[in-house]
Ligand binder design. Structure first.
Ligand SMILES: Cc1cc2nc3c(=O)[nH]c(=O)nc-3n(C[C@H](O)[C@H](O)[C@H](O)COP(=O)(O)OP(=O)(O)OC[C@H]3O[C@@H](n4cnc5c(N)ncnc54)[C@H](O)[C@@H]3O)c2cc1C
Length: 373
């Protein structure tokens, strides 16, 4: 690490930090990236095999232009690296009677021309050896969707960033960030002082430790990995109204998790063991809804969501600190957008006009009274 002043210091190297470091260095800026752990660690939000990629967004139609751009960028990065990151196996979502999400998917996909297919009775029944179709009313298939390989995408951004000249500092927690003579000075646990003109905070569930004014909550998420039992490779989800389960088969194992459930716990004291009761809950779900889907359990993991009160992201320049950009509150659905968030962050650093005004308004920090001016 030299004594130079970098154009940008990226604080935190999960998927958001790495995608941002990649894009900034691709544009020719000098960048340093810092993380408290080793590459590919499993303490934060960017681990455990894979992440769903979908574009027919029920969480808000303003996400769809970002999802479309992200799709293009994942493809570009695959091409640039020669590595496979996005598996377009489709996403099949099932709905119990009265589930609200289906209406939003149909509406948003129509208004933004994202093709989805509502399954006929016969098509639904063709899945009856995998799903308990009698309990499920409707199903919708999005074909230009699937999953992203987490380890491959993290290491791809890391390798490309390194080849573009990014300096990396791993296993050195950032203690604080000061401003000295108009520059940012990042102080780490090992005693390093790193200078940069601007900083990008991409600290995931630890964001509050350095930016305590943000209204964020960290939510503990359990994830199970099973041996495969069959050859269904479409990503699937089941919306029960109050609970939402999903499964991703990557050809060697099936990941099973729940989207909405999970206790709010501080990241420093989070319970990192998955209990037998939690396991039992999943086993009940499997028996009731997907009896033919999985075999022996292979692994239990804990992952973390960082939620905002409205579950929309934070992607903005800090209103009280113009040299700081904040990427946080990805609320359990941010991974698919990492390349486009990296692009938006780089535009913020370079003070370029923003491409997604509607989304940027939703993602602004001014919506929180604790940080607005
Ligand atoms: C179980 C689960 C399933 C999910 N499924 C999906 C999905 O299907 N589709 C989807 O799009 N999204 C999904 N998400 C959300 C997605 O994974 C997250 O939005 C994304 O990983 C957030 O990345 P991040 O870089 O913000 O955070 P992180 O990956 O947690 O990275 C933050 C980094 O900051 C570092 N750091 C923190 N504090 C410091 C410090 N003081 N000093 C130095 N370094 C520090 C940490 O070590 C860490 O590496 C899921 C999340 C979980 C947990």
């Amino acid at each position: 690490m030299s004594d130079k002043t970098y154009d940008v210091a990226v604080l935190g190297l999960g998927i958001m930090g790495l995608a941002t470091a990649f894009e900034l260095s691709r544009r020719g800026l000098s960048v340093v990236g810092i993380d408290r752990y080793k590459p590919l660690h499993d303490m934060g939000s960017s681990h455990s095999k894979n992440r769903i990629f979908r574009q027919a967004y029920f969480e808000g139609s303003f996400y769809i232009p970002l999802a479309k751009r992200s799709y293009e960028l994942w493809k570009n990065i695959e091409q640039a690296s020669g590595r496979k990151l996005l598996y377009e196996h489709g996403v099949l979502m099932w709905f119990e009677k009265g589930a609200q999400i289906l209406d939003s998917i149909i509406q948003n996909s129509q208004s933004h021309e994202v093709p989805v297919h509502l399954l006929s009775q016969r098509e639904k029944e063709s899945y009856s050896s995998y799903f308990r179709t009698s309990l499920l009313e409707e199903a919708v298939l999005e074909r230009q969707a699937g999953y992203i390989d987490v380890e491959e995408s993290l290491s791809c951004f890391y390798d490309l960033s390194r080849s573009q000249g990014v300096d990396f500092l791993w296993e050195d927690p950032i203690e604080r960030v000061e401003e000295i003579s108009g520059e940012k000075c990042i102080l780490t646990s090992s005693g390093k002082k790193i200078q940069a003109k601007q900083v990008v905070y991409a600290l995931g569930p630890w964001t509050l430790k350095l930016l305590p004014d943000l209204p964020l909550q960290t939510q503990r998420k359990s994830v199970l990995l099973f041996d495969r039992k069959n050859d269904i490779d479409v990503v699937w989800a089941i919306d029960q109204g109050d609970r939402f389960y999903y499964g991703i088969d990557n050809g060697s194992c099936v990941k099973l998790a729940e989207h909405f459930e999970g206790e709010l716990q501080d990241i420093e004291s989070i319970e990192r063991q998955l209990s037998d009761d939690e396991l039992e809950h999943y086993i009940d779900f499997i028996h009731s809804y997907v009896p033919g889907m999985v075999d022996q359990i292979k692994e239990r993991k804990i992952c973390v969501y960082t939620n905002t009160p409205d579950e929309h992201f934070i992607v903005d320049r800090h209103p009280k600190d113009p040299r700081s950009i904040v990427l946080s509150g990805l609320s359990g659905h941010g991974y698919k957008f990492a390349p486009v968030i990296g692009e938006i962050a780089a535009d913020l650093v370079e003070e370029k006009p923003q491409q997604y005004p509607q989304a940027m308004q939703k993602f602004s920090m001014a919506r929180f009274s604790t940080v607005s001016l």
